[in-house]
Design a protein around this ligand. Structure first.
Ligand SMILES: Cc1cc2nc3c(=O)[nH]c(=O)nc-3n(C[C@H](O)[C@H](O)[C@H](O)COP(=O)(O)OP(=O)(O)OC[C@H]3O[C@@H](n4cnc5c(N)ncnc54)[C@H](O)[C@@H]3O)c2cc1C
Length: 566
């Protein structure tokens, strides 16, 4: 199924919606101005359209397999991966000191979105490596950085993250993998990890695992966890993959989607590992990787939403049923509604992801605490809303296809099967919402209120000329402000039952703001018509969501498990 990189949409959002010019105006990212953006996006877009997209169906139909202890990837994946690596896309934001391009995260996020649209199963591997690079850049010793970063950045080696164990999913602190001091600067890692994305494969010369484990005697829970780098092959003195380490793939999971991506059960059997960061500082170090990955996973959702939207639009322009203004089903009002919803939601989710990325870049470039707070606030929203949008839009895509959406040959079903996991991994969307109403409101709502002030100022400034668009956005921001105030005043435990609707209400209001800005930039363009659609038909959902968020938890918790089973 062809995919067209949405370069115009990116350009509009970067220029007019999320204020990318502020990033390019910093000294740190002075070289990432308009020309660089265009060149990067065009080049990455071509790679996604021409090289990655053709491998997407192949991967779905030819899953990765485990043969004699070695994972074999689907036909064409190794070549596509090589093209990604040779283009420098494994880690375009990595530090140039070790061979990276040093581009803003904003551009990497846009490229990640396009790669996910083209082949999410393959892109997941690149995303893991990106996260590992960032964790090592921030927390590893110079020796580890010098040895590993150039290989990871070039794509010769790849990276994974190993948190999950059978009894330790969302509750990472329950992990039991242990790390015993070998007395020579290394540790012996022993335990089982499950669901490890790209835990092994035949596309790179080495697979480097970042593993969370507990040193004997360390406290229980997350506080006692440390992080270790555990390569499949221990590098020799020249930095080449040497002796095989004590780890193996036990099995591959059989999954609903992303069949091309090997998801491994890993066994560590006294494997040699090197400490990254401080002893018992594992969670802090891992969070560097997880925050990067959370935004990256949000972008996966957006990418799949874009691909599903393009497929549905193309289908609806061909399929004839009944009489319609266009002669095909896209002339029917209900089909037009579905297509418009897909387009409007994809725009919203993309804008949120890029706004989050801009905040991260501004934080990096300026060290400003307000940007850091903005980035922290937007990360769970970008992750959860981006992935929920990927699922909802793929679902609509199937509906637009009618019966053929349920038949695998159109590819509409693959989008939904692939993207479904994005709401689960990197912290379920429920956990993202807990993070939003817990840690991210721990400042008394300061970061949230600053963003709402910005939205209201924007709406007020165009209220006179565009009342039909600006007024509802201002009102929605005000309702969300009241809801945020109510949540902040409440006991954190009592916020949790309303966490998911609160996150979604926040995304809804952000969507109103971003659509409004796009409409102001192109008052006569399709952007203004899409904004009118969103603001009239989708934004009103925030009222119900805010009511749910404000409701006390007793209406949920009063229902006992016995009541529910009755
Ligand atoms: C395809 C795939 C790839 C993955 N890749 C990786 C990987 O590369 N590395 C890795 O380490 N892990 C990976 N994971 C694991 C993934 O991160 C976990 O599945 C996820 O964190 C959820 O953990 P769990 O499956 O144990 O679910 P559980 O933690 O059992 O959650 C079940 C439900 O309970 C809810 N819940 C749990 N705790 C709470 C709470 N405190 N408050 C409110 N609700 C709660 C959850 O939101 C969820 O709805 C992958 C998983 C899959 C399916």
């Amino acid at each position: 199924m062809p995919y067209r990189a949405p370069l115009e949409s990116f350009q509009l959002i970067l220029d007019q919606v999320v204020g990318y010019d502020a990033v390019a105006a910093t000294e740190r990212f002075a070289e990432a101005g308009a020309e660089t953006v265009q060149a990067v996006m065009a080049e990455a877009g071509r790679l996604c359209e021409d090289v990655l997209t053709p491998t997407n169906r192949v991967g779905d139909q030819n899953p990765a397999v485990l043969e004699n202890g070695v994972v074999r990837t689907p036909p064409g994946f190794a070549d596509a991966y090589r093209a990604i690596a040779e283009g420098g896309w494994v880690s375009s934001s990595a530090d140039p000191e070790h061979g990276g391009m040093g581009l803003p995260i904003t551009l990497t996020t846009a490229v990640n979105e396009m790669m996910s649209a083209a082949n999410m199963a393959l892109q997941t591997g690149t995303l893991m490596t990106q996260g590992q690079i960032e964790a090592l850049e921030n927390h590893a010793s110079d020796a580890i950085k010098d040895l590993y970063l150039p290989k990871l950045i070039s794509g010769e080696w790849s990276g994974t993250m190993n948190l999950t164990e059978p009894q330790a999913g969302s509750d990472v602190g329950a992990l039991t993998t242990k790390a015993e001091d070998n007395g020579d600067g290394t540790y012996a890692i022993t335990g089982q990890k499950i669901y490890i994305t790209w835990g092994d494969h035949d596309m790179a010369d080495n697979v480097c695992h970042l593993v969370l484990a507990r040193i004997p005697g360390a406290p229980a829970g997350t506080k006692g966890i440390s992080l270790f780098l555990v390569p499949k092959f221990i590098p020799d003195e020249a930095g080449n993959p040497g002796e095989r380490n004590g780890l193996r793939v036990v099995s591959l999971e059989k999954k609903m989607g992303t069949h091309g991506c090997p998801t491994c059960v890993m066994s560590y059997e006294g494997a040699t590992g090197w400490l990254v960061g401080a002893e018992q500082g594992g969670i802090k170090a891992m969070f560097t990787m997880m925050n990067n990955a959370r935004l990256g996973v949000g972008a996966q959702g957006v990418g799949v939403a874009e691909a599903a939207t393009q497929a549905a639009i193309a289908w609806a322009a061909e399929r004839k049923q009944g009489k319609s203004s266009t002669g095909t089903i896209d002339g029917h009002a209900d089909v037009r509604r579905m297509l418009a919803e897909m387009r409007a939601e994809t725009f919203t989710a993309r804008s949120i992801a890029l706004a989050c990325a801009v905040a991260i870049d501004m934080q990096t470039a300026t060290g400003d605490a307000e940007w850091a707070a903005r980035a922290a606030l937007l990360t769970p929203i970008a992750k959860a809303f981006g992935t929920d949008t990927g699922i909802a839009v793929s679902q609509l895509g199937i509906q637009v296809h009618g019966g053929m959406g349920y038949i695998e040959e159109t590819g509409a079903a693959q989008f939904l099967r692939d993207v479904r996991v994005t709401a689960i991994y990197e912290g379920t969307n429920g956990i993202q919402a807990m993070d939003l109403v817990g840690r991210k409101l721990a400042d008394g709502g300061e970061a949230a209120f600053a963003l709402l002030d910005e939205i209201e100022e924007c709406a007020e400034s165009v209220r006179h000329d565009h009342p039909m668009l600006a007024e509802p956005v201002w009102q929605a921001a005000e309702t969300l402000r009241e809801t945020t105030e109510a949540l902040v005043a409440r006991d954190p435990a009592d916020r949790q039952a309303g966490a998911v609707p609160f996150l979604r209400a926040f995304a809804r209001v952000l969507g109103g703001y971003f659509h409004l800005k796009a409409a102001m930039a192109r008052p006569d363009g399709p952007e203004a018509r899409l904004a009118a659609f969103y603001i009239t038909r989708l934004l009103p959902e925030h009222t119900g969501l805010c009511a749910q968020a404000r409701a006390k938890s007793d209406t949920v918790m009063a229902l006992s498990p016995e009541d529910l089973a009755a």
